[in-house]
Design a protein around this ligand. Structure first.
Ligand code: 4AD
Ligand code: MG
Length: 431
């Protein structure tokens, strides 16, 4: 059985070899503490001449930060911390010793320096922890859908049409077609797939060319879209709630160590139980105005509105029935008030704001045709999408989440640029 820090408990009292990196070293002269990392976790290696021998001592003295190494020694449980293990080093085999000082030191660095060095910054403890949480969210998403009769359908990234707003598109040259666009959401394509599979989801990178420079916006991010046949707006919100609860449960089960590294207070997360809060857009607008917002009755919620509102409640908030003019063409209207959509955003608490956008879809051919036209879009490009309303149309709904928004919320990270391995922002394309 090969040794991994994560499984150190099984190796207590035994000799084992760790393959990884020495990210730091403390001590001098008589004793060295090597801070080791192997991908699965962190561990300290203790080097003394008495236990480790003269050769290991000489090497320990020479190693510089981020040396890749193979270190062999005896695994011990920390005398005070039950969950911490250390190694009495017997042998050190450097694999590559950096010829220069590692650029990221323990001192404070500004965000630009760190983002320029993102390829190295990813190794630091907090960044390691964020990616582990992100990974749990991905796995919990697949798990929830597999358990609830969804299958994954991969939507294309190169598309001839806009899904959300037309001003947010990245254009590229596409042979004889002249222009193609990078997908903003796979939604329209997975709507086609529900007529074959009933319940489907996609998960992949999407692109938004909007000029938003906020802590919530990336130009490339990972979106999960889900779509369900024979499902109305209310049923869709229940699925959203179930999905978010499964993600929360798994993160609290699997990532307590990571959340501790991130100094994320887990109490607010543990308190979340269904049902989430449900409010209409009109109710929220009235409430925001009493809180000092200047939001108009038919305005979309601004970033500050979302922050203010979600700081007030402990639970995620479904905001339903937005004015149709601030939402996309495909949303079904509320039969009780045709100027509103049968839609919802889901806002995360503690100031995080929108993590999901969803709606029931317009399933009537003529109505949808009219909407596409009224939105100033070319109906020809949407012929295939309109076909779905011609051959066996059914009431259906769906929603999409932003992986980085959810990761930001659960890890307690302020700016979502830290939640994606290589962030793309309007002013950043490197590394
Ligand atoms: O609300 P959005 O724009 O909804 C859609 O694209 C629908 N087609 C989804 C659907 O119904 N299948 O985006 C969905 C989610 C948002 O709630 C937010 O979490 C995230 O994607 N998001 C962004 N995340 C990072 N950067 C951006 N620029 C984002 N724009 C949206
Ligand atoms: Mg939205």
């Amino acid at each position: 059985m090969s040794f991994k820090v994560k499984r150190a408990r099984d190796f207590v009292g035994k000799e084992a070899t760790l393959e990884g990196w020495m990210y730091n070293r403390r001590g001098s002269g008589k004793i060295y503490f090597l801070q080791l990392r192997d991908g699965t976790g962190f561990m300290q290696g203790i080097v003394t001449e008495e236990d480790s021998g003269r050769e290991a001592m000489a090497l320990a003295e020479k190693l510089t930060a981020e040396t890749s190494v193979r270190v062999t020694g005896l695994i011990n449980q920390h005398p005070k911390h039950e969950d911490t293990f250390e190694m009495i080093v017997k042998k050190i085999e450097p694999i590559q010793i950096p010829p220069e000082e590692y650029p990221i030191s323990k001192k404070e660095h500004g965000p630009d320096f760190l983002l320029d060095n993102r390829h190295l910054w990813l190794r630091s403890g907090k960044q390691w922890a964020i990616q582990r949480v992100r990974n749990t969210i991905i796995n919990a998403t697949y798990e929830y859908f597999a358990d609830n009769d969804f299958i994954k359908i991969d939507a294309p990234i190169l598309t001839p049409n806009a899904c959300e707003g037309t001003t947010e598109l990245f254009e590229i040259n596409y042979f004889d077609e002249d222009t193609a666009y990078l997908s903003q959401s796979g939604q329209l394509y997975i709507e086609a797939a529900i007529m074959s599979h009933g319940r489907v989801f996609d998960f992949g990178p999407v692109f938004r060319a909007e000029k938003s420079k906020t802590r919530r916006h990336l130009t490339e991010f990972w979106m999960m879209d889900a779509e369900m046949a024979f499902c109305d707006h209310r049923m869709s919100m229940e699925i959203q709630e179930g999905l978010i609860m499964n993600i929360l449960k798994r993160v609290l089960e699997k990532n307590l160590k990571e959340l501790a590294i991130l100094e994320r207070d887990t109490e607010p997360l543990k308190k979340i139980k269904p049902p989430f809060i449900r409010k209409t857009h009109a109710e929220v607008v009235a409430e925001l105005r009493t809180m000092g917002s200047d939001i108009g009755e038919r305005d979309d919620l601004g970033g500050d509105d979302e922050t203010m509102l979600t700081q007030k409640y402990d639970l995620p908030i479904f905001v339903e029935k937005y004015p149709a003019e601030v939402k996309a063409f495909y949303m079904k209207r509320d039969p009780e008030n045709e100027t509103l959509c049968l839609n919802n955003d889901l806002l995360a608490p503690e100031g995080y704001g929108e993590i999901i956008g969803g709606s029931q879809r317009e399933d009537d051919f003529d109505t949808l045709f009219k909407r596409i036209k009224n939105h100033g879009l070319d109906t020809k490009v949407f012929n295939w999408y309109l076909d779905l309303r011609k051959y066996g149309s059914v009431p259906h709904s769906g929603f999409g989440y932003g992986l980085e928004r959810i990761t930001g919320w659960l890890t307690g990270i302020h700016h979502i640029r830290e939640t994606i391995p290589f962030p793309r922002l309007i002013n950043r394309l490197r590394p």
